[in-house]
Design a protein around this ligand. Sequence first.
Ligand SMILES: C[S@@+](CC[C@H](N)C(=O)[O-])C[C@H]1O[C@@H](n2cnc3c(N)ncnc32)[C@H](O)[C@@H]1O
Length: 299
Amino acid sequence: MHNLCPLRTDWTEIVSHGDAPDATALRSHLRAVHRENAGFTERCAMRCRDTDGRTSYDWLIDAVDGSQHRKILDLACGSGPLLELCHQRFPAEVDLVGVDMAPEELALAKARLPVGRARLIEAQAQSMACLSDNSVDIVLCHWALTLMDPVAPVLAESARILAPGGRFAAIVDGDMDMARGYRNVHDLIYGYVQVELPQYGAFDLGDPRVRDTDSLADLTRRAFPTASVEVHPNVVTMRGSAETIAEEAAGFFYAAFVLPPDRRAAMLTDLAAYLCANMDQGEQASFAMPINRLVVTLP
Ligand SMILES: C[S@@+](CC[C@H](N)C(=O)[O-])C[C@H]1O[C@@H](n2cnc3c(N)ncnc32)[C@H](O)[C@@H]1O
């Protein structure tokens, strides 16, 4: 369940005046969202599957080569679903590390893993002094790079801690028009949000270059000049009753947290009606999300 108080932070205050928020405001906004709603990402992401039946977590873990990657960092690990999957998939000799800036998320990650199975560190992705140079074989980052601004230091830090032959792999937002209906759901939610905060949407959470395939590849090549860089699109979909899918899908949009309870309820009713009118399989409603998987392999 979401906290029912509409979220107001320095970030929303600055945006409401039409100004561009800085990195400090972004950090405190994200901290506020995750303090009140820890674990919300996985509630939606675990329900969404691609045509091969994989969640985006499964697809990201496919980038791990179990024979070579003996130390895995989950960057911005949140409540730890990816660490738990790594724990289930790889033997105990594979070291697991999670970094996140939200202590409430890290507490959930700690609770779901066997004691001592992963080293969990509260830190900013832009500054991971807790990890030494060339000490990690693969950095995984599920649905968080999109939120990071500045993002160049995150990539530079990842390049610093990765060992030769290592890999950086991330799931990020894909092109909105790759998933049927996604733009309509986005616009419906943002329509409600912009009644409260007319400038919401003029400024992204995070660096907008991460949301575009070409600029993401370009940014990445600058941080990893000698590496191979691949970006692949995919779509993950969840199905269920229109009311459930409306609630879960809206829960994935940071924008929806700024709505007061009555406006949120009205938005969910509208969204459920939209999903009902656009059922694609039998009697089930669906919500499809476009994603990209970035895979960077060092020589
Ligand atoms: C959308 S959630 C994803 C959580 C998790 N990876 C998952 O997919 O379930 C984004 C996470 O990124 C973390 N985060 C955002 N910016 C960060 C930064 N600059 N440094 C460290 N963590 C950050 C947040 O605290 C939050 O836990």
